[in-house]
Design a binder for this molecule. Structure first.
Ligand code: AMP
Ligand code: MG
Length: 349
């Protein structure tokens, strides 16, 4: 199929009336899939009410069908149609963080969204994105929109329309370009169905931010092996990986450089993902900066773009610095750890 490409300025008034948005919304209404920008990453949207439409998401991405999707809404009214009840903690979190990069898990109302959205679970993940183009598209379509990230399964999530096109051109009905995304990492996923809310995936809203609003919250599950049935099935799959194997190097820049030298002496081509502060330490086949240690939001914003850039040069391995595991750092480390297939090398080892 030929994918349609539209471009839209996210800062204009009355986006909903723009022909690009109207055409994209019509495609969603006819059960086609359309990629669109959000404040986290680009999403690949389809009518959450239709089996046929949702099947096209899994097909375009090559996504395993036991990994459920987040349903995106533009108005609170839409939530009532999707969920059985709204737990008290969810009310507080929605009030504080919606629209925004926070996905909440609710008990689902039976028989509304396609079973393919929830992959057999009796819960449903819902989010209201904080992006004018996403909100205009969802309200123009007048549908709840199921949307995972708009990448081929396993690849880093797309933060520009160009990334989407690299992965999905010809596999989707349309790609709506609204400029680069903001946060750069996916939403935080919080399960509110139990007594104490659980962060299933760290993301754009930090654990510390959530604690300020609802007090006690659990961080977990830590790894898929610790769960018999993964609470959030997406946790068990390889994610965000560049082509060359990635290793996380926990140590001083001078030690990291000695690791690079060792590999290069063996004739291997080595890439290093560096922070701005440390770039001058490194001599490698490819040195890419991912942002500043003093501003971890900038690292989140650039992370996927940089992981994708490593694929443009033939490399035998990629090393990355590591980050503190708090605030947005927890989300950065969660993605990096997965991208590296949990491969760490520690200076003191
Ligand atoms: P993605 O849209 O690719 O960023 O991934 C969505 C994430 O939300 C995955 O980790 C899913 O496993 C998770 N998710 C979606 N629906 C549910 C649900 N009902 N319960 C728990 N996790 C979910
Ligand atoms: Mg994804």
């Amino acid at each position: 199929m030929d994918s349609l490409h539209w471009s839209v300025n996210k800062d204009v008034d009355n986006l909903k009336g723009y022909p690009q948005i109207r055409e994209a919304a019509r495609l969603l209404q006819s059960n086609q899939v359309v990629a669109f920008p959000t404040e986290t990453v680009y999403g690949l949207g389809a009518n959450a009410l239709s089996d046929d439409a949702v099947a096209k998401i899994y097909e375009a991405k090559g996504r395993p069908s036991d990994n459920p999707l987040i349903v995106h809404i533009a108005e609170l009214q839409q939530l009532e149609e999707l969920v059985d009840s709204i737990p008290a903690h969810a009310h507080l979190l929605m009030k504080e963080f919606w629209p925004g990069p926070l996905t909440l898990i609710f008990p689902k109302k039976a028989g509304v969204v396609s079973e393919k959205v929830t992959a057999g679970l009796d819960t449903i993940a819902v989010r209201m994105p904080d992006h004018p183009v996403a909100l205009a598209l969802i309200s123009a379509a007048r549908l709840p929109i199921a949307a995972p990230s708009a990448n081929r399964s396993g690849k880093p999530s797309p933060t520009t329309a160009r990334h989407v096109a690299t992965d999905l051109d010809g596999r989707v009905a349309g790609i709506l370009d609204g400029g680069p995304t903001g946060v750069g990492l996916e939403s935080t996923v919080v399960d509110c169905t139990g007594e104490v809310p659980i962060i299933l995936r760290p993301g754009g809203i930090s654990m510390e931010d959530i604690e300020k609003v609802i007090g006690n919250v659990l961080a977990g599950p830590l790894s898929p092996n610790q769960m018999e049935i993964p609470k959030s099935p997406g946790m068990k799959y390889k994610h965000y990986a560049p082509v060359a194997p990635l290793y996380l190097l926990d140590g001083e820049p001078s030690w990291i450089q000695s690791m690079i030298d060792q590999k290069r002496r063996d004739g291997l081509k080595v890439g290093i993902m560096s922070t701005t502060e440390n770039t001058h330490y490194y001599n490698a086949d490819l040195v890419l900066e991912c942002g500043s240690r003093m501003d971890l939001q900038s690292v989140a914003h650039h992370l996927y773009e940089v992981l994708r850039k490593f694929d443009e040069v033939p490399l035998d391995c990629i090393f990355s610095e590591v980050f503190p595991d708090s605030g947005i750092g927890a989300a950065i480390m969660n993605r990096l750890d997965k991208a590296a297939g949990h491969h760490w090398i520690r200076q003191k080892d």
